[in-house]
Design a protein around this ligand. Structure first.
Ligand code: SAH
Length: 228
């Protein structure tokens, strides 16, 4: 067995043991998506160490595996859902989400879709290439732009079953709350400084908003109109 495969099995076991990976569909997604194809060239050997890694000289990072796993568990994803991610970075989180809402092997008629938006031009191209090469090109659309304004920008329409911001926001951007469907879940790191609160928003069927703080986390800052 190759070193990468051994490292991957060990990491999955420890994430299950730690209680981060819990549901069978998330474990399956984690097994299927090759993180070594989403790290910056030269970092392949470190792909299954549980740490964020730099994305070239962009100043941005691919999130740590435990955080990527935690987010897909908390999003409570189901096949067929439409998901919006703000901060594509490497495309890794988007691929994990795609495996949950459009699992490999499921009839395409039942596939959901991931829309993911990235503000950094270099990373838009990097993520697009990674997603196509790993077979997620049809399940994930990478958009270039400011995701803090939603997509389409500032459109007041409930479009997404799930929204996840993978950068820390000063507060949750209002356009994103408006674009969340009823019974939808939105996750976002909120706050300044090295550690932020990971906030979960639930929009009930009557449109009321419930907010919970899940844990402390460390993300790069959200930029753009509703960012820093
Ligand atoms: N989810 C990524 C990691 C995200 S790092 C992964 O799996 O690799 C956060 C990303 O958010 C960075 O790439 C940064 O460029 C991007 N970002 C920051 N502000 C943004 C904004 N307003 N709109 C879109 N992307 C943004």
């Amino acid at each position: 067995m190759s070193k990468i495969r051994r490292d991957k099995e060990r990491l999955i076991k420890s994430l299950i043991w730690e209680g981060v990976l819990k549901s069978s569909h998330c474990i399956e997604a984690f097994k299927r998506v090759p993180r070594e194809k989403f790290v910056w060239p030269g970092f392949e050997d470190e792909a299954y160490i549980d740490t964020p890694l730099p994305l070239g000289d962009t100043g941005q990072t691919i999130s740590a595996p435990h955080m990527a796993a935690y987010l897909i568990e908390e999003l409570d994803l189901k096949p067929g859902q439409i998901v919006f991610e703000i901060g594509t970075g490497s495309g890794y989180q988007a691929a994990l989400i795609a495996e949950c809402i459009a699992p490999t092997g499921l009839d395409r008629r039942y596939w959901g879709h991931v829309y993911t938006i990235e503000i950094n031009e270099v990373l838009v191209e990097f993520a697009r290439r990674n997603l196509i090469e790993t077979g997620y090109g049809d399940r994930v659309t990478v958009i270039r732009g400011d995701g803090s304004r939603g997509w389409p920008p500032e459109l007041e329409s409930e479009l997404y079953d799930r929204i996840v911001i993978t950068a820390a926001a000063p507060r949750i951007p209002t356009p994103l709350i408006k674009q969340l469907k009823k019974n939808g879940i939105l996750l976002s790191p909120v706050g300044r400084g090295f550690l932020q609160d990971l906030v979960k928003i639930y929009k009930a069927s009557d449109g009321s908003i419930y907010e919970t703080i899940l844990l402390k986390c460390a993300f790069v800052p959200l930029r753009g109109k509703y960012g820093f």
